[in-house]
Write a new protein. Structure first.
Length: 344
């Protein structure tokens, strides 16, 4: 086992809320190490929908999900966060001295003063297509997320699903795909009404085909997927040629080891107070989709607010003797120095 890394804060989860937590801690003079089971920072934004536009980030009328992650990474550079990626936290042990022993699946150990859990919905896997032989094409021609939309333009596409991701990409690809079919198990959709209305307009204009049905099999020639067989609601079988198949059935979230750390849960989310966003275990905080409290809204915007207040709670936990002052980046020489923008 390696020697433990001493740090003020360990942040579990390197999605947007975890990244912004680095910034808020840095403004108050605290440093952090970030852990994530994924191979790159960004969480769901990077892993599931990097090209999807986001419209509710303040001062950014529109921002791609990966663009948001890139901007956050740029913003936290002055605070030199240390990333430990491809590792899952498997053990968190509170100590009598108010610190925590943290161990990851890779054997990395931390001696941390405080912990922030920003793990989104927890560790997650996409719900798969679930027909024999589909595993051989996953990541090549069968996809559960869109990475680099340009690679799929001018291709024959079949998209399964009835939620926002499915409808967003159907509407996006309808402009370029020579053949596009949407398959959903029923006529009703979970997606935003405006997206459904747009899909229906494109269907009426002949830009796409909709089939109410389920996947029944994969069509292949050797090691190349050539299409997918769909069983419609009326029992008819349709062989749909495709260069790429997308299945947007949502995520299968699991809290994983977090559920075993003695934290109070409510419907698989961590209960927190709304002053510090501290969990039921003092010194462990939670921000973003992983937490719950009265009036909780699962928005990135809300997670950013939670990270700001959590930073003050963490400072009070680590340095209870220190008097807290609210300072502004526009006028505080201390904060401007920490950001690297102080005038000479």
């Amino acid at each position: 086992m390696s020697e433990p890394i001493q740090t003020e804060v360990v942040i579990i989860g390197a999605g947007p809320c975890g990244l912004f937590q680095v910034f808020e801690l840095g403004l108050l003079g605290m440093r952090a190490h970030l852990l994530d089971s994924l191979a790159a920072p960004g969480g769901q934004c990077t892993e599931l929908y990097p090209d999807k536009p986001i419209y509710d980030i303040p001062a950014l009328p529109v921002c791609g999900a990966q663009e948001l992650v890139d901007r956050l990474m740029q913003q936290i550079k002055p605070f030199d966060p240390q990333f430990h990626l491809g590792q899952e936290v498997v053990q968190v042990t509170p100590r009598a001295d108010r610190r925590f022993d943290v161990v990851t699946s890779a054997g990395t150990r931390f001696d941390a003063g405080a912990i922030v859990i920003a793990a989104g919905v927890g560790s997650f896997q996409p719900r798969r297509l679930g027909v024999p032989g589909c595993e051989a094409f996953e990541g090549r021609q069968l996809h559960y997320r869109v990475k680099g939309a340009d690679a799929y333009r001018d291709k024959r596409l079949v998209i399964f699903g009835g939620g926002d991701s499915a409808l967003d990409w159907v509407n996006e690809f309808a402009a370029t795909a020579p053949s596009l079919t949407l398959v959903h198990r029923r006529q009703e959709f979970r997606a935003a009404p405006a997206s459904v209305a747009r899909m229906r307009e494109l269907e009426a204009a002949g830009r796409l085909r909709f089939i109410e049905g389920l996947a029944d099999g994969i069509l292949a020639e050797g090691d190349r997927l050539t299409g997918v067989r769909v069983k419609a609601a009326d029992g008819a079988l349709h062989d749909l040629p495709a260069d790429h198949v997308f299945a947007f059935f949502g995520l299968h979230p699991k809290l994983g080891p977090v559920a075993e750390w003695g934290l109070e849960l409510e419907r698989k989310a961590l209960k927190v107070d709304t002053e510090r966003f501290q969990t039921s275990v003092p010194g462990i905080f939670a921000v973003g989709d992983i937490n719950t409290y009265p009036g909780k809204k699962k928005l990135i915007l809300s997670g950013f607010h939670e990270a700001a207040l959590a930073a003050f709670g963490i400072q009070a936990w680590l340095y209870p003797e220190k008097k807290q002052f609210l300072q502004y980046t526009t006028t505080s020489p201390v904060m401007q120095k920490r950001l690297g923008v102080a005038s000479a």
